[in-house]
Write a protein that binds this ligand. Structure first.
Ligand SMILES: Nc1nc2c(ncn2[C@@H]2O[C@H](COP(=O)(O)OP(=O)(O)OP(=O)(O)O)[C@@H](O)[C@H]2O)c(=O)[nH]1
Length: 309
C-alpha cells in the first residue's frame, strides 16, 4: 500500500506549485486524523471549501476504505517509530478527482515536528503524475512494439521467450515455438510495390493475432518473419496450430492476385534449454521447410543433420 521514504529527494524539500497540501494531526492513542489546513490545490483536487475540510479526515486517496487503511498504517508506523525517526510514507494511486476524472496521484506524508502532547502534525503532499505515467507507458509501447504491424517487436519477444522458458522449466510444462516466413516475399514487393508488401504484412499479422489463444505470443521477428510462442502446447499440437495458420494464410483474401504462402519451423522447448539453442533449432526447422519446397510445416524431428552436422 505504501512505502517508507529512505530520504527526501532534492526537489522534495518544499511545497512546489501544483502540489496539493493538507496539514493534519494525529494522536498516539487514536487513529483519527484531522485536517488543520489545506491549500487551494488540495481544494482543486478534492473539491469542497477550506472550512469544510478543517477538522475532517484528509483524503490521501479517494477510496474511503483504502484511505482508512493508509491512515491506520500511518498510525502504526508513527507509534513504532523512534522519536524523530519517521521519514515519511508515500505511494502512487489512481484516484477520482472531485470533477470525476481519474488521475494518477503521487502522495507522501511527512512529519512537521515531533510528537507534542501525544499528537503529531503531519504534511500530506499530492502531485498529479498522470501525464508522466502516460508518457512512460507510451515510451514503453514504442520500445516494445513493431510500428508497422502493432505486434510486439523482436527485443520484447526475446524477453517473453526468456521468461516463458524459465516458467516452463519451473513447472515442467510444454512450450512450443513456431517461426514462420512468408514465401517469395521479395517477389510480392517487386510485383506490387512496397506499400502493398506492407499491407500484406499487416494483414498477415492480423490473421496471426486472430488465430491464436489469448495466452499465446506473437511477434514480428523482422522483415517477413514472425514468431509464435505457445505455452502449454506440446510439439504435436503446435504442428497442428502451424498448419491451421498455414491454411488460413493460403486462403486469405490479400491485396495480391494469387494466394500467398508461408513456411513454418516448429520446435518444443527442451528442459533447461537456452534461448540461443531453441532459436537455432527453430531456424533450422524453418530452413528445412523452405528447402523442401515452402508452403509447409517442418517440426524439429524432420530436421536432418545434413546442414548443421
Ligand atoms: N514491404 C516490405 N518488405 C519488407 C519489409 N521488411 C523486409 N521486406 C522485404 O522482404 C523481402 C525478403 O526477401 P527474401 O529474404 O529474399 O525472402 P523471400 O523473397 O520471402 O524468399 P523465401 O523466404 O526464400 O521464400 C525483401 O525484399 C525485403 O526488402 C517491410 O517491412 N515491408
Amino acid at each position: 500500500m505504501y512505502q517508507h521514504y529512505a530520504r527526501p529527494g532534492p526537489e522534495e524539500g518544499g511545497e512546489a506549485t501544483g502540489h496539493a497540501v493538507a496539514i493534519f494531526n494525529m494522536t498516539r492513542d487514536s487513529r483519527r486524523a484531522q485536517v488543520m489546513d489545506i491549500n487551494t490545490d488540495y481544494q482543486r483536487l478534492w473539491g469542497g471549501a477550506r472550512e469544510e475540510w478543517v477538522g475532517a479526515t484528509p483524503n490521501v486517496v479517494e477510496q474511503e476504505a483504502a484511505n482508512q487503511q493508509i491512515l491506520a498504517q500511518l498510525h502504526d508506523v508513527l507509534n513504532t517509530s523512534v522519536e524523530h525517526a519517521f521519514e515519511g510514507i508515500g505511494g502512487r494511486e489512481v484516484s477520482r478527482r472531485h470533477d470525476g476524472s481519474c488521475r494518477h496521484i503521487e502522495w507522501r506524508i511527512t512529519a512537521m515536528g515531533a510528537h507534542q502532547h501525544d499528537a503529531i502534525t503531519l504534511v500530506l503532499t499530492q502531485r498529479d503524475v498522470t501525464d508522466q505515467v502516460e508518457n512512460e507507458a507510451q515510451l514503453k509501447r514504442l520500445a516494445t512494439t513493431d510500428m508497422l504491424t502493432g505486434l510486439v517487436n523482436r527485443s520484447q519477444f526475446d524477453t517473453m521467450l526468456k521468461s516463458e522458458l524459465s516458467r516452463q522449466d519451473r513447472y515442467a510444462r510444454p512450450l512450443s515455438l513456431i517461426m514462420l516466413d512468408i514465401d517469395y516475399f521479395k517477389d510480392i514487393n517487386d510485383r506490387y510495390g512496397h506499400d502493398v508488401g506492407d499491407q500484406v504484412l499487416v494483414e498477415i499479422a492480423n490473421l496471426l493475432k486472430g488465430n491464436l489463444r489469448q495466452v499465446d505470443y506473437c511477434a514480428r521477428w523482422g522483415g517477413e518473419e514472425f514468431m509464435l510462442l505457445a505455452p502449454e502446447t506440446p510439439l504435436e499440437h503446435a504442428v497442428l496450430l502451424a498448419d491451421k495458420i498455414r491454411c488460413v494464410i493460403n486462403t486469405a483474401s490479400l491485396p495480391t492476385s494469387g494466394p500467398i504462402t508461408a513456411s513454418f519451423g516448429v520446435v518444443e522447448a527442451q528442459p533447461q534449454e537456452a534461448v540461443k539453442s531453441i532459436m537455432k533449432r527453430v531456424d533450422d526447422a524453418l530452413y528445412v521447410a523452405k528447402e523442401k519446397g515452402r508452403d509447409q510445416v517442418s517440426p524439429i524431428e524432420l530436421v536432418t543433420s545434413t546442414r548443421f552436422a
